[in-house]
Design a protein around this ligand. Structure first.
Ligand code: HEC
Ligand code: HEC
Ligand code: HEC
Ligand code: HEC
Length: 386
């Protein structure tokens, strides 16, 4: 009993925190892989070549938009998917809101892991970017910085980035002293260098890239004073760019490279604002980058008035009438309509019944664009709050 009460209490706490933030962030984006398998998506869809072939491989396509962009894609394929479900005599899965969040977090996350690095390119890059002026590999090269051979714990791109970042201030001073320019890096460069270092090191410890916890990352973003210069929402102008406005829907190493490349300017403004160069330990960089990455997961707000028009134009009012009396329920009575994920969960769970009813009227399930999804959410949210 006690355990259950604790679970419920923490659940309520989590929900209320999410509510206050308006952003829903999955704690561990890889959790959704379990949902993906349990709900049998894997029977028809592969991820990176592993899984069924009835539907497209979901890691090959570009579904890395916001929650409602993803929702629009899935919704619009519902009729074809339903047909396959019937053909294969599979039950159409139902979702709880938490499962839906995990699933969407997972699909969004697929791209995050990025492209694998190339050892050969990494080797060339260490020369081309001037790293070897100061660093050696197995004794060959400069001695200003440490030998890469000792860096076995940095074989994951995230650990490499974290270590580079931590030494960023010293490295920049050394660069100035020797009159060298700051080496900018693309995301692919970082993957390649990590691949090379992984191969060059003598150790055989395999450290997998920790996925990063976006909710932790949000705390780190505040604790490391990133917030002093960067907004992620809101309009007030700050010293650094608003990070939710820039395209951070990229792989992990690309997000890392953005930070790295802006390092020198950031250091300058940090000195001006008397903020110390932030250092990261253990999994902090991974969490922080996961958070930045997930900023693109949140949707821009929709337009309530357009949502009301969409609701009529798409025929939702044929079945959902104010005060009830239609084939479907009055949507104003939905409880806990607190997030786009909630809307998707409800719509997914009811899609078969909606479709069956529509078929009897010789109509098709209406297609919904991202904008229409966003507007519908704004409209339904307002409606359910009355
Ligand atoms: C019974 C087979 C089947 C199952 C199970 C299934 N799908 Fe599909 N799915 C399909 C087919 C077939 C398509 C392609 C439909 C089309 O071309 O319009 C598709 C399309 C999609 C698309 C859009 C792909 C694109 O390229 O536009 C997404 C996203 C998707 N499914 C996600 C899921 C998720 C998430 C699950 C698990 C809840 C799931 N599917 C379960 C058969 C299935
Ligand atoms: C001008 C000299 C210089 C150049 C060029 C340079 N570094 Fe460094 N690097 C250093 C110094 C000095 C340190 C150690 C700083 C410290 O102890 O705080 C360091 C530390 C590091 C570390 C952390 C090592 C540890 O022990 O944790 C990594 C990783 C690293 N550099 C990678 C690179 C890469 C990759 C490049 C090329 C893109 C590069 N460095 C270019 C001087 C340089
Ligand atoms: C003292 C102010 C300041 C602090 C603190 C600061 N930044 Fe920045 N940041 C900037 C400025 C200024 C730029 C733009 C630099 C440029 O244009 O090269 C920037 C750029 C960036 C960019 C690249 C944005 C783009 O447009 O491509 C990222 C990502 C970033 N910062 C993340 C962070 C993170 C994460 C933290 C906390 C660890 C942080 N910043 C702390 C001032 C700051
Ligand atoms: C042909 C009739 C029909 C149309 C058209 C229709 N729905 Fe439904 N809808 C239903 C039925 C019936 C249910 C209840 C199904 C159930 O209980 O499983 C439902 C349930 C829902 C629910 C979940 C309500 C709850 O309380 O759980 C939502 C949200 C919803 N519909 C949204 C929409 C939207 C948005 C549209 C327009 C794009 C739409 N519906 C169009 C028949 C329809």
């Amino acid at each position: 009993m006690k355990i259950r009460r604790v679970i419920i209490a923490s659940f309520v706490l989590i929900i209320s925190i999410l509510w206050a933030q308006q952003i829903e962030l999955p704690k561990n984006p890889l959790q959704g892989q379990i949902v993906f398998e349990e709900k049998q998506c894997i029977e028809c869809h592969a991820i990176g070549g592993y899984g069924g072939t009835e539907g497209p491989d979901l890691s090959q396509e570009l579904y890395f938009g916001s929650v409602l962009e993803l929702a629009s894609i899935i919704w619009n394929h519902t009729p074809q998917m339903n047909r396959k479900f019937r053909q294969l005599r599979m039950d159409r899965p139902q979702f709880t809101q938490e499962e839906m969040l995990d699933l969407f977090g997972f699909l969004y996350y697929l791209r995050y892991l990025g492209e694998p690095g190339s050892v050969a390119k990494g080797k060339k890059l260490l020369e081309a970017k001037g790293c070897k002026v100061c660093h050696a590999v197995a004794g060959k090269g400069g001695t200003v910085g440490p030998d890469f051979e000792q860096l076995q714990q940095y074989d994951s791109p995230l650990y490499l980035v974290q270590a580079m970042w931590n030494h960023g201030e010293t490295m920049q001073e050394e660069l100035k002293k020797s009159g060298m320019t700051f080496p900018t890096l693309t995301g692919q460069d970082i993957s390649d260098i990590a691949a090379y270092i992984r191969q060059a090191t003598t150790g055989n410890v395999v450290i997998r890239m920790a996925p990063g916890d976006p909710t932790e990352g949000k705390t780190i973003f505040r604790d490391k004073q990133c917030e002093n210069c960067h907004l992620v929402e809101g309009k007030v102008k700050k010293v650094g760019p608003n990070l939710s406005r820039i395209e951070l829907k990229k792989g992990v190493t690309e997000v890392a490279s953005l930070m790295w490349n802006h390092g020198p300017k950031m250091l300058e403004s940090m000195k001006k604002e008397s903020i110390e160069w932030p250092h990261f330990k253990t999994n902090e960089m991974a969490d922080l980058i996961a958070y930045l990455y997930f900023l693109g997961f949140e949707d821009k707000p929709g337009d309530e008035a357009d949502g009301e028009r969409t609701f009529t134009a798409k025929g939702c009012t044929d079945c959902h009438k104010k005060g009830g009396g239609g084939r479907g329920p009055d949507l104003a009575s939905i409880k806990r309509f607190d997030s786009p994920i909630r809307m998707i969960q409800l719509m997914w769970n009811h899609a078969s019944e909606m479709e069956d009813l529509l078929i009897t009227q010789n109509k098709e399930l209406p297609q919904l664009s991202t904008k229409e999804m966003r507007d519908l959410y704004a409209y339904l949210r307002k409606m359910t709050q009355k």
